[in-house]
Ligand binder design. Structure first.
Ligand SMILES: Cc1cc2nc3c(=O)[nH]c(=O)nc-3n(C[C@H](O)[C@H](O)[C@H](O)COP(=O)(O)OP(=O)(O)OC[C@H]3O[C@@H](n4cnc5c(N)ncnc54)[C@H](O)[C@@H]3O)c2cc1C
Length: 435
């Protein structure tokens, strides 16, 4: 009879420290086999040069090394998730599977399928809260309904927060409970169809001074005034509990941003319809112009609006764009160019290293006006005024648009005042607003 073991299934919680499900697996009394699956259903749709896959691959190599120092290893699979689980069921005598909850619609559907396969063998899939501080049903209005406005949500969030919610899970105390086995090779990026592109990813720690001055610098794209931790939150290479604990001690403005993250995740879980169309259905009636040439100019950073072009070029080069500039380029696409926000949402999803379905959708619907707590339809950012306020010396613009101010720089693809008027007209028609 094979030894009865438990499995910890890593997904977007790629760390050993302060990991809720891993802690519970290690304390279960059985030896823990850690696994990760490169899911073909996700990978097959990604471009060859996807840097996020490179990041995951690098992170898994580091995890393997850490586990090998405990005489264990991370078993990494490449294939269709269901088939991998069928294989695991044949190879091992599994008594339970531990994992951290993922709230994206694709993940929920996948986990339901795996839960069914496991339950046929009387094996439980035990899932834990790890990715957020509060679950989608833990911060609710007094009538028991979910919040759709950020400020009252954040007030309730803060009122409910006590140290219990951000206390770390001391996984390291139990590392001796990992299953000991011979190290195995993990699939190479090239075998899975990806380029091993050399790239320096943002560090998983931001300096204390960035966080303590966050409220002063966060809106200035030319300086390094934000934490750049999005990628690490996305893949769980850092713990949200640890960062909330630090934010509480150092800077409330920074804490507020982490609450935005919980806010949009609960919106996704409570209102999944918003991941496909407008949260406010009337906005689905907007007659978008969807001019392909304009979209191409926007993607390439050639709109003739320097702050927009700088942002798009930063994104195309680094996989990152400053939040203030994300708001400007998104507003420009929806309102100046009258292009469906979902085109922009998809482009960001392909390019952003820190891509999160919930926050990206939230950010885009905020800009288009169609989302929860969104910018009103008549608020149309003027890219020049935004530049005056947030990049008055054109430092950020010059960094990304070297031909700025020369005859090489493209002409504006639309004229601001005319674009603004047209936008108001089109939005009012859809929303049935008369003057
Ligand atoms: C159109 C648009 C699209 C966006 N797409 C994404 C996305 O795909 N993924 C993503 O994580 N954020 C997204 N954001 C939110 C925000 O721009 C990024 O989180 C932030 O710029 C990441 O940089 P940072 O790590 O330096 O953030 P910091 O300013 O240092 O903030 C720390 C962390 O707080 C969270 N956070 C900050 N602002 C927000 C916000 N408005 N909503 C939700 N979480 C927030 C992030 O996890 C971030 O890493 C989007 C915003 C807009 C306007």
């Amino acid at each position: 009879m094979k030894e009865s073991i438990v499995i910890h299934w890593f997904r977007r919680d790629l760390r050993l420290q302060d990991n809720a499900a891993l802690y519970n697996a290690l304390k279960s009394g059985k030896k823990v086999l850690p696994i990760f699956i490169f899911d073909r259903q996700i990978l097959d749709k990604l471009p060859k040069r996807d840097l996020r896959v490179v990041f995951i691959h690098q992170t898994l190599l580091a995890l393997k090394e850490e586990l090998q120092s405990w005489g264990s290893d991370l078993q990494v699979f490449y294939g269709e998730t269901e088939s991998v689980w069928r294989e695991l069921l044949q190879q091992h005598n599994i008594s339970a599977v531990f994992t951290n909850r993922d709230y994206e619609p694709y993940a929920i559907a996948r986990d339901t399928r795996i839960r069914d396969i496991l339950s046929d063998k009387q094996i439980a899939l035990l899932d834990y809260k790890d990715h957020v501080i509060f679950e989608f049903n833990e911060v609710l209005k007094d009538d028991g309904k979910p919040y759709t406005v950020y400020t009252p949500y954040s007030k309730k969030w803060k009122a409910l927060l006590d140290p219990y919610y951000y206390k770390p899970y001391p996984t390291e105390t139990y590392f001796k409970n990992f299953l000991k086995f011979e190290a195995s090779k993990m699939p190479e990026l090239e075998e899975m169809g990806f380029d091993n592109t050399p790239f320096t990813f943002p560090a998983s720690q931001s300096s204390r001074s960035v966080i303590s001055n966050y409220h002063l610098n966060r809106d200035l794209p030319a300086i390094n005034g934000t934490s750049r931790l999005g990628l690490h939150f996305r893949f769980g290479t850092i713990s949200i509990r640890e960062k909330v604990g630090k934010a509480l001690a150092i800077n409330e403005k920074y804490l507020n941003e982490l609450i935005w993250r919980d806010f949009y995740i609960q919106i996704m879980a409570n209102f999944p319809h918003a991941m496909k169309g407008a949260f406010k259905p009337a906005y689905d009636g907007i007659e978008w112009q969807n001019n392909e040439a304009h979209f191409k100019a926007w993607c390439e950073g050639k709109t003739g609006y320097p702050i927009v072009d700088a942002g798009m070029r930063e994104l195309n080069t680094t996989g990152f764009m400053h939040n203030r500039v994300r708001m400007i380029v998104a507003s420009f696409l929806c309102k100046h160019l009258l292009i469906d926000w979902r085109w922009g949402e998809t482009y960001f999803a392909e390019k952003l290293l820190d891509f999160e379905l919930a926050s990206n959708n939230g950010g885009w619907q905020w800009a288009a006006g169609s989302g929860v707590d969104a910018a009103p339809y008549f608020r149309i950012f003027n890219p020049y005024l935004q530049t005056e306020k947030f990049d008055s010396k054109f430092e950020y613009i010059k960094r990304w648009v070297p031909e700025f101010g020369t005859s090489q720089y493209p002409k504006e693809i639309v004229e601001h005042t005319k674009a603004r008027e047209l936008c108001l007209e089109v939005y009012k028609r859809a929303l049935k607003i008369s003057d």
